[in-house]
Design a protein around this ligand. Structure first.
Ligand code: ARG
Length: 577
């Protein structure tokens, strides 16, 4: 149990003992400001309102009943009825000592493990992955790592766009180009260029356009040769994505691919079901559902086309089939979608309709975790100088190159400089994305993300090397340090409390899918470590051996916390940089 849960439980039973109704919550949280204790219980105010009494008096009754034993050494009431709890350094010392020796770093698995389906990355295979998929991949993967670490069963779903009329054109082009080149992968070495060639070909040549249309029909009717071409196109395109995932240290693999085509056979029955339920109606030859739940300001219901005139199905139809599969076949308790905010209406329509049609049980939580757009320095969506889409592979290579420069400037003799540059460059790109409030747009800036100062990956990776260097200088392995942790200085206590909050923070990120909360936390850890390091000598000759051992153990807890926290964000550390 983490500190917050422990205190919540204690305050809650004190509230019970004080006769406060059960629905009132203790509302325990870390104190926001210095001088107000370490944790605060703010539930007295709401409870007083409920029972119609004076909040400060009620807070007094709660504290009279509060039994914190050795956990706290002072409890006081402030303002209108805040209960400020000052934790006892001896108790904290013991907690941190246990955590430092615990292989799980005192991160407790969730009390009720869930099955969580996470839909992320999900590029369209017809084209190169772009920056929108970069955000989705990075943020989604952080959540996947955190949820798994907390003991949930996580099912990754890479809902790639691998179906639609454009594939007719692409296959036709592939067939022609393969006549001249040996392999599909040669023809498709540059997907973006290939797509443009196919499109130009389609617009220019009537015969080619007819062939492309014919391929769509053959694809849909399951013609073996056409399917084979389509498969080889998919294989090559997926290999492009896999390269990016590898470079990015994103955990998606081929097994997680469950693209749009997977649902093909389910689309016609799904529309029939909507018809049978009286949910969709014909409108100009198309099958449309009108959702009054999502009506616009004028009261017009929101239209969702599930089948086009002529029989074709749409993005929404596939997502409805997918949500049903995830809820009923994969048995998800939660389904998370990491998709650009511009698809919010689409997701709302899918969620509303899926519930209405009974495709998804009441208890299943449907969550679109939207994110803003990545902007260039000019304040417009991130593009190349000529206005094209930025190739992710090139962007990541540039990150590594730039990191290499920064690192050689700082430390020209570094061993393993290439490996460090890779970790720093990739870490910088990922962290710059993760540390911003997800829902906002953000400006992509090389200099800020690669800076060693401020809330950046290099700063945290560097802090990690600083801690590790203490052990190198001391010529001792962390496991060989014996002795108790004793929190004597104020800086040590503040650092210890922060370190003990890792599990709390991960739980919060798992619930809200806001990884920037973990970034802020790690930044706080690193900053508190720097304060501790300046104020509390470790290796100086006049430091008493017991105090040295205690501080070394604190250092070890710091390095493990930074390493684990960064790992949850998919960012690697190095011993030196
Ligand atoms: N392929 C889509 C795109 O590139 C994203 C898919 C997101 N997932 C989903 N279930 N709709 O915009």
């Amino acid at each position: 149990m983490n500190i917050r849960e422990l205190l919540s439980e204690k305050v809650k039973s004190a509230m019970n003992a004080a006769g406060i109704p059960a629905e009132c919550q203790p509302m325990v949280a870390p104190a926001k400001k210095a001088g107000f204790g370490d944790y605060q219980a703010n539930g007295a105010m709401a409870a007083a309102k409920k029972v119609g009494t004076n909040p400060r008096e009620l807070a007094g009754k709660i504290t009279d009943e509060l039994e914190l034993g050795s956990i706290a050494d002072k409890v006081e009431i402030a303002g209108p009825g805040f209960i400020n709890i000052h934790l006892n350094p001896a108790w904290l010392s013991e907690q941190l000592g246990n955590a430092e020796r615990d292989p799980a770093l005192a991160i407790r698995p969730a009390a009720e493990p869930q099955t969580v389906v996470v839909d992320y990355s999900s590029p369209n295979l017809a084209k190169e992955m772009h920056v929108g998929h970069l955000r989705s991949s990075i943020i989604g993967d952080a959540l996947v790592r955190i949820l798994s670490r907390l003991g949930h069963k996580v099912i990754r779903q890479n809902h790639v766009g691998d179906w639609g009329t454009q594939f007719g054109m692409l296959i036709a082009e592939l067939e022609e180009q393969m006549a001249d080149s040996d392999s599909a992968s040669m023809a498709l070495s540059d997907l973006e260029v290939f797509y443009q060639q196919a499109k130009a070909h389609f617009d220019r040549e009537q015969a080619f356009a007819d062939k492309a249309r014919d391929y769509v029909v053959r694809l849909q009717s399951g013609d073996a040769k056409t399917l084979e071409l389509w498969q080889s196109f998919k294989r090559v395109s997926l290999a492009h994505s896999a390269d990016i995932y590898n470079k990015l240290n994103v955990t998606l693999s081929d097994e997680d691919v469950c693209g749009e085509s997977f649902y093909n056979d389910d689309l016609a029955p799904l529309v029939s079901e909507l018809q049978a339920q009286g949910l969709c109606q014909e409108d100009q030859g198309a099958q449309v559902v009108f959702l009054p739940e999502l009506a616009d300001k004028e009261g017009n219901p929101s239209p969702v086309i599930v089948q086009k005139q002529g029989g074709g199905f749409l993005y929404a139809t596939t997502d409805l089939a997918a949500i049903r599969y995830r809820a009923n076949t994969l048995h998800a308790d939660r389904i998370l979608y990491f998709i650009d905010a511009r698809q919010s209406l689409h997701m709302q329509q899918v969620f509303t309709l899926a519930r209405k049609a009974g495709f998804v049980d009441e208890h299943v939580s449907l969550e679109h975790h939207a994110f803003g757009t990545m902007m260039g320095a000019d304040g417009k969506p991130f593009k190349t100088r000529s206005g094209g889409t930025v190739k992710l592979a090139a962007l990541l290579d540039e990150a590594i190159e730039r990191a290499a420069k920064v690192i050689t400037d700082k430390n020209p003799d570094l061993a393993d400089a290439d490996d460090v540059a890779r970790k720093v460059g990739i870490g910088a790109v990922k962290y710059a994305d993760l540390c911003k409030t997800r829902t906002n747009d953000y400006v992509f800036n090389w200099d800020t993300m690669l800076s060693f100062e401020g809330n950046t990956a290099p700063y945290l990776q560097y802090a990690y090397t600083r801690v590790r260097s203490v052990f190198r200088k001391a010529e001792i392995e962390p496991v060989a340090v014996s002795g108790e942790i004793v929190l004597a200085q104020e800086q040590e206590k503040a650092l210890a409390i922060k370190l003990l909050q890792l599990g709390e923070v991960l739980g919060q990120v798992a619930d809200d899918a806001l990884p920037h909360v973990l970034c802020t936390y790690l930044y706080d850890v690193a900053s508190l470590f720097m304060r501790f390091y300046e104020a509390c000598p470790i290796l100086k000759s006049d430091v008493d051996p017991a105090m040295r051992a205690s501080r070394l153990r604190i250092c070890h807890a710091v390095s493990r916390t930074l390493e684990t926290g960064l790992d949850m964000l998919g960012i690697e550390v190095s011993e030196q940089m």
